[in-house]
Design a protein around this ligand. Sequence first.
Ligand code: SF4
Length: 412
Amino acid sequence: MNISAPVSENQADEEYQDSSEKPPAPCSVKPQTAIISDKSRRFLHTYFPQATEAQWNDWRWQIRNRFRTKAEIERVLHLSDSETRALEHGKKGFPVAITPYYMSLLDPDDPNQPLRRCVIPVSEEYDISPEEKVDPLSEDRDSPVKGLVHRYPNRVLFLSTDFCSTACRYCTRSRLIGATHHECKHDYWDKAIQYIAEHEEVQDVVVSGGDPLTLPTETLEKLLARLRAIPHVSIIRLGTKTTAVLPQRITTRLVNMVAKYHPVFVSIHATHPDELTPEMKAACERLANAGMPIGSQTVLLKGVNDDPETMRKLMMGLLSFRVKPYYIYQCDPVPGSRHFRTPVQTGLDIIKHLRGFISGYAVPHYVIDAPNGGGKVPLLPNYVDGVDGENLRLHNYADKSYVYPDVFREGI
Ligand code: SF4
């Protein structure tokens, strides 16, 4: 890792933020030294020789310079036949997009590298299985107004934008993700906010998308301010993948803006330990230092993170970044996802190898988001072996047997 020399507050702010934005508000988190790891710096100098490190650290530059076409991608990667076919396949609706930063983490020669599999399409993406559905969670059915999903009693999902900086090939909402930022077309927000204001049972608003942190800071602030002004909204959550694919976005100005609307929680999407770079660590620390509790969400993916050791490294690494591992999701059956999906037993085995073996704080819930709108169903390995009279027979994480005197159990 190579850390640049310290810079002044103003300089640092410019390095992290588009210069067209206003100066930061008085803040609790001070501007910090910009970080570029050696690997990313080499990539910058090789593929963007005209660009400066300040540009690299500007999240808008990262978005403007995303890799989106076969021609752009094969400048960097030696494409496999399957990748070539997929990139030549033409329009499928779901875009291809990779930030230069995330591209710098990919292995140019290994199409099976986990991070590469997450963002470079392969021809299997075009094989549709009978069980796959465009909207596998039936979110559209539970949408009372455009951009809002109201499924659980006290919380709603607010789909704030259709844009992501980097398109994950297994995306549950691939039906919604657009290729370009329609940041000015938020005419549906009014009705969604009005719905929340009229439903006093809504205490928790999960702002997702797309990725809400790809919105301009001012636009996101308008949304947060309107949500915070609704008296019965206690909790606001932001769901984002930027910490992994665009950590430059987590600027001092952003976190200090968000901190004005506390309590705000952040759910970050993390997939593999190779994402745990110094850049991502700095982004997570910046969020945490601004008072945001951070949880992680990970999709279980075949050939990417479907083994206990990879998950163990990811979960412990996240915890060391001050992120509480929150969910491992069974991969949803979206069209063309068969090559990513695992048996449910794989997830149960992973939890069995985490629980008891690593810090309890690092063990997430393993859930299936039930098809047809059933919501999240938690799954646990079975630790109960049976009942003998008033005794409950159990085994622990190390498969040692124990008996608990369950004397208050009904029916004894
Ligand atoms: S960040 Fe989330 S919403 Fe965006 S493409 Fe990836 S999985 Fe889909």
